[in-house]
Ligand binder design. Structure first.
Ligand SMILES: [Zn+2]
Ligand SMILES: [Zn+2]
Length: 69
């Protein structure tokens, strides 16, 4: 899989992660690892049921949409 953001800029770059919200591939430059609490108000996964903390990976656009810094 390749980074979707880079692809839009005409660059081929391998993705290192996937946005958990929209599913687009992201390279290390465009990946956003978010610590913001986004479970409340429409978080798409039942993350509260998970015992293990999973890294929340977002693309820049989704991070913006969730109000992350
Ligand atoms: Zn990229
Ligand atoms: Zn996204």
């Amino acid at each position: 899989m390749q980074c979707y953001v880079c692809k839009q800029n005409g660059v081929d770059r391998d993705a290192v992660g996937i946005c958990i919200v929209c599913g687009m591939g992201l390279c290390s430059e465009h990946i956003v690892r978010s610590d913001v609490e986004i479970q409340e108000g429409g978080y798409p996964f039942p993350s509260r049921k998970l015992k293990t903390a999973v890294p929340r990976i977002l693309c820049p656009e989704c991070a913006k949409a969730f109000g992350g810094r």
